[in-house]
Design a protein around this ligand. Structure first.
Ligand SMILES: CC(C)(COP(=O)(O)OP(=O)(O)OC[C@H]1O[C@@H](n2cnc3c(N)ncnc32)[C@H](O)[C@@H]1OP(=O)(O)O)[C@@H](O)C(=O)NCCC(=O)NCCS
Length: 173
């Protein structure tokens, strides 16, 4: 598997993988598929030097992606705090791909000079929480019952990592 920067030609696969997750009912607060035009805008808003999108590519097939996005764009005091998002193709989950992408993006975040990385997720997304805890993310916030999904109220949680406290196994970091 090759983990590399996303190209424009990956946008369709990235969007398809994201739209799969809407059907789970606990992976995102979007309830309708994202149109490709919106995903193109999102792609353009990610400067690869500061807010990269990485894809997991197996023989030319995109099986997952992870991104760093600006948190409250334009507010320069928050420029070194970024939101991480990650989605794995449903046929390739539970094979360690999410973990490999997370490992890589934390290293990229450090190299770029970001100080904090956080994820926003639904409180019942147990798999995603397990992944974040494996990478030393801690719960930073709980927003109770802020989402309504399939008629039920669900809270959101923020899981954050302060990079200077992260245990990099690879000594070059
Ligand atoms: C969450 C997601 C990114 C994880 O990626 P993945 O490649 O499937 O995860 P990995 O194989 O690297 O496993 C990550 C951890 O989750 C754990 N896990 C797997 N299934 C689980 C479950 N049903 N409940 C709790 N933990 C689970 C694994 O045990 C693993 O921990 P371990 O290494 O200590 O065993 C992926 O499942 C996904 O894309 N889900 C839908 C989209 C989504 O929820 N994205 C996150 C939005 S914030």
């Amino acid at each position: 598997m090759n983990i590399r920067l996303a190209l424009e030609s990956d946008i369709v696969s990235i969007n398809e993988i994201y739209n799969q997750s809407i059907l789970t009912g606990y992976s995102t607060c979007d309830t309708e598929p994202i149109p490709i035009s919106e995903r193109v805008e999102w792609f353009k808003n990610h400067n690869p030097k500061t807010h990269p999108i990485l894809v997991a590519d197996i023989d030319g097939i995109i099986v997952g992606w992870i991104s760093l996005s600006e948190y409250r764009p334009g507010r320069s005091a928050l420029a070194q705090t970024v939101e991480v998002s990650y989605f794995i193709d449903k046929n390739f989950q539970n094979k360690g791909i999410g973990s490999q992408l997370m490992d890589r993006i934390i290293k990229e975040a450090k190299e770029i000079g970001h100080k904090n990385v956080f994820a926003i997720l639904l409180e019942n997304n147990e798999r995603s929480i397990a992944l974040l805890k494996n990478f030393e993310f801690k719960q930073w916030a709980h927003l109770p019952e802020v989402a309504v999904l399939n008629g039920s109220k669900v809270g959101q949680v923020y899981y954050g990592l302060t990079i200077k406290f992260y245990t990099f196994i690879d000594e070059t970091y």
